[in-house]
Design a protein around this ligand. Structure first.
Ligand code: NAD
Length: 482
């Protein structure tokens, strides 16, 4: 049986108290490894290492720091499949196509982070007293706690860790307890690329034990959390007590609007991709679809066909769209939401049960007209389930899109650019995409939400701003400028 430790100061070590936990493959239920289980003592070691790692890293020149990210990108471009593919498939239940996209996106993210190293811009501004000059410089925060989820364990972690590092911070990573192996491989990648040993540590462990200790540690300067809203609220409260900066990318209930001029077949294909990729375990998945009544009958017929033609199961088959959910609790939650909605009067168009493709595989599920108080309409499902509501017109569609406490992403399918832009401006959301589904990524884009989807943005310069602080330096030059 494979055994893995914690990665602290460049060395793989067992937990201080010697505890471990098993990591399972969702597809087969097989135990993949036992992993060291970090708690307070281990958090201390990693945070202390980060203090030293930060100094060493921040003292390096921009070109030295840039070279680390370029090397890491090159390693992923050349060896990404060897380093990550099997682990992504086995540990997170990713279909091979999704795992490959994650690896490719990781290359983009690392190259973008390399560019950010040279963009720690400051500014100057005029002073009322002409003897004086003012400078605004941008400085890293110090140690950033990175607490990551299981659904895209490589690319999301890369986005969360690489940009704070590019700005000169050290990071201590607490990956999801479901996916520590991918995170350990990522930590090793950064070390192989030349990152100073203390600047990155990876602490496998549980949220309430290791995660809570880390985000509350007095020597942690900032927290980046991607996870559920429930966890985000807890972490934000704790961070505020210690006056620590926090950036939160949380849950979503993203709406896809299909307006009256959209082609129903094409819209259904886009909608299916936007919800069923990785079994809907995507924060920005379009788990609510709002369809203008003029195209509603044709759209739901086409969506049923799309859903029922999706290839499920074998994760190493190139045709497979998705396989299992991460664990049995996730399956139970999703099926319960569907049962409750149907009991409450919603119509089940298709799915709503386990597939024969594997023990944790749920069939693509579409629910029509769920009551607006139902969990399937209001709460995140994080499964292959979407619900369809009918709208009278554009205004009604926008109102339905806004009928959510979340606001992570949204999308509008129309050929009328004015309608698309009106919807984009009126929908309360961190992003709105026109002519596409709601699950879009770009290493330069400001990713993040409003409302219960969190606050702060990550990606490119937006991460640089999140994980740095500006400092005003003024000086009396002792004379006039001319
Ligand atoms: P989760 O909230 O259960 O866990 C996320 C991380 O937080 C894990 O590492 C976990 O161990 C840790 N954690 C849990 N309790 C903690 C505590 N008290 N203190 C510190 N850390 C704690 O989320 P998950 O189930 O792993 O991931 C799925 C969720 O992530 C979904 O809600 C999804 O929408 C969200 N997500 C959001 C985005 C985004 O960009 N907004 C992206 C991906 C996933």
């Amino acid at each position: 049986m494979l055994h893995r430790g914690l990665l602290i100061a460049g060395r793989e070590v067992d937990a201080v108290n010697g505890e471990t936990f098993p990591v399972f493959a969702p597809e087969t239920g097989r135990t993949l490894a036992t992993v060291a289980r970090a708690r307070a003592g281990d958090v201390n070691l990693a945070v202390n290492a980060a203090r030293e790692g930060f100094v060493e890293w921040y003292r390096k020149s921009a070109s030295e720091r840039e070279a680390v990210f370029l090397k890491a990108a090159e390693l992923v471009a050349n060896e990404g499949e060897a380093r990550f593919l099997d682990t992504l498939i086995d540990e997170s239940g990713s279909a091979i196509r999704k795992a490959r996209r994650e690896i490719q996106y990781t290359v983009d993210l690392l190259r973008t982070a390399a560019g950010e190293v040279r963009r720690l811009y400051g500014e100057t501004f005029p002073n009322d007293d002409p003897h004086k000059i003012s400078l605004v410089i941008r400085e890293p925060l110090g140690t950033v706690a990175v607490v990551s989820p299981y659904n895209a364990p490589l690319s999301l972690l890369t986005k969360m860790a690489a940009f704070p590092l590019a700005a000169g911070n050290a990071v201590v990573i607490k990956p999801s307890e479901e996916t520590p192996l991918t995170a350990l491989a990522f930590g090793q990648l950064l070390l192989d690329a030349g990152l100073p040993a203390g600047a990155v540590s990876v602490l496998p462990g549980f949220g309430s034990e290791c995660g809570a200790e880390l985000v509350n540690h007095p020597q942690v300067d900032s927290v980046a959390l991607t996870g559920s809203t429930q966890t985000g609220v807890l972490v934000a409260q704790q961070a505020l007590k210690g006056m620590r900066r926090v950036q939160l990318e949380l849950g979503g209930k993203s709406a896809l609007l299909v307006l009256e001029d959209a082609d129903p077949q094409q819209a259904a294909a886009i909608a299916a991709q936007g919800i069923f990729t990785h079994a809907g375990q995507i924060c920005m998945a379009n788990s609510r679809i709002v369809v203008d009544r003029k195209v509603y009958p044709a759209f739901i017929e086409a969506l049923k066909r799309e859903a029922e033609s999706i290839t499920l199961g074998n994760l190493r088959d190139e045709e497979t769209v998705y396989g299992p959910l991460i664990n049995g609790r996730a399956v139970e939650k999703v099926l319960e939401q569907v049962r409750a909605a149907v009991q409450d009067g919603a119509t089940l168009l298709t799915g709503g049960e386990l597939s024969s493709a594997g023990p944790l595989v749920i069939k693509p599920t579409v629910i029509l007209q769920p009551p607006k108080h139902s969990a399937v309409w209001r709460e995140e499902s994080f499964g292959p389930v979407t619900c369809v509501a009918q709208a009278e017109n554009l205004g009604d569609a926008i109102a339905l899109a806004n009928d959510s406490e979340y606001g992570l992403s949204a999308a509008v399918l129309t050929n009328n650019l004015q309608w698309g832009l009106q919807a984009a401006r009126k929908i309360r959301s961190g992003a709105v995409h026109i002519g596409m589904h709601s699950f879009q990524s770009n290493a330069l884009a400001p990713i993040g939400g409003v409302g219960m989807s969190g606050f702060g943005r990550s990606g490119g310069r937006y991460s640089t701003e999140e994980f740095t602080e500006v400092k005003w330096i003024s000086a009396d030059t002792g004379g006039l400028p001319v």
